[in-house]
Design a protein around this ligand. Structure first.
Ligand code: NAP
Length: 324
């Protein structure tokens, strides 16, 4: 008999057909006020779950006592209580690598857009305000040759370092729990303390996972250490930054600007003070959002799910001790 899975993220026809050959699929649309209720109804009897962007709490997991695997269509696993899943013997898989380059592209898009004021000035042109030659009031900041500070030198951090060093001649500083000699050799990068990085970098980029150790990593103290002309780029998770402290620092121009792809509350409320600030570029969590990459992530999640349900060890197993 086929195993039963609950799918709560839309897949391409190709991937859906592949999944349906191997397992019974119950599709649940979790959007809207009744979304969670529909998911609750579908969970009993499920052996696999595949989806993203949903907090799977213990109340939901209790409804699926036969669950063997949760295949997340994301690299970040902050939506899951990994210890709880492991205790229940449920494997958790993610989709690393396939989104690394695209997410680093997003990081660089935010660096360039913030430094060169692309969004603000494009809006200014659209509003018909380009009536004469530009003056210093509209000038931006150079990116090439500046200092790129990367907090979290993992897969995406290294892809950012490569873009900065090779493409823009930037000096690369990084802060990570462990030094990365290979990265240092490749990009002439320097491992340094958080405070040193904050004090020296022109662009401070966050690429850490959200965890108890990184929640609120950048608060008022850290923002105060940044140079007044520096910019903060967050492509990690919103809660890595104390958003109220960031708004304050941006309002008072204690730092020059911020490029933000992630927020404490998503979707970002339309009355967020961040949207009142000219020195903020805000994007709607588009780090990995290209057709190619989202399809590759979904394919990776399907591979992980099918492999786990076949009794194999999936390639991207987050909690290897599950089920032991
Ligand atoms: P990764 O390869 O695991 O890299 C994360 C790095 O962060 C690791 O090198 C780790 O250091 C470092 N780190 C952990 N705790 C730290 C701390 N307290 N201070 C400084 N560095 C710390 O993960 P990745 O694939 O690059 O992805 C990173 C994160 O990006 C994901 O978890 C996700 O939240 C986010 N992301 C966002 C988007 C988006 O749409 N905006 C897309 C993809 C990913 P060690 O190597 O020393 O352990």
């Amino acid at each position: 008999m086929k195993k039963r899975i609950v799918l709560y993220k839309r897949l391409s026809d190709t991937l859906m057909a592949r999944l349906q050959q191997q397992v019974d699929v119950t599709w649940v649309d979790t959007a809207g006020p009744d979304g969670l209720a529909r998911l609750r109804d579908a969970l009993p009897g499920a052996q696999g779950l595949l989806g993203a962007s949903l907090r799977l709490d213990s109340g939901l997991l209790d409804l699926a006592p036969q669950l063997e695997v949760v295949a997340s269509v994301s690299v970040g696993v902050d939506n899951y209580d990994i210890a709880d899943l492991t205790r229940r013997g449920v494997m958790l898989t993610n989709t690393p690598d396939v989104l690394t380059e695209t997410t680093a592209d997003t990081g660089f898009a935010l660096i360039l857009a913030s430094a060169r004021r692309v969004v603000e000035l494009a809006g200014w042109v659209r509003d018909g305000q380009w009536q004469a030659n530009l003056g210093p009031a509209h000038f931006g900041t150079d990116v090439h040759g500046k200092t790129l500070g990367i907090i979290g030198m993992g897969r995406i951090g290294e892809a950012l370092a490569r873009r900065g060093a090779a493409g823009f001649g930037m000096r690369v500083l990084y802060h990570s729990p462990r030094a990365k000699p290979a990265v240092e050799a490749r990009y002439d990068a320097r491992h340094c303390s958080l405070d040193d990085l904050l004090q020296q970098a022109d662009f401070v980029c966050l690429t850490v996972p959200l965890s108890a150790a990184t929640e609120g990593l950048i608060g008022a103290r850290e923002l105060a250490l940044m140079k007044p002309e520096a910019m903060l780029v967050n492509i990690a998770r919103g809660r890595v930054v104390d958003e109220a402290a960031l708004i304050e620092a941006l309002r008072e121009k204690r730092i020059r600007g911020a490029g933000l792809d992630v927020f404490v509350q998503e979707p970002l409320p339309s009355d967020s003070p961040l949207l009142q600030l000219d020195n903020v570029v805000a994007t709607p969590h588009i780090g990995s959002a290209t057709h190619d990459t989202r399809e590759a992530m979904a394919r990776c999640a399907v591979d992980n799910l099918l492999s786990a349900l076949a009794g194999e060890r999936p390639a991207n197993l987050v909690n290897p001790t599950a089920g032991r």
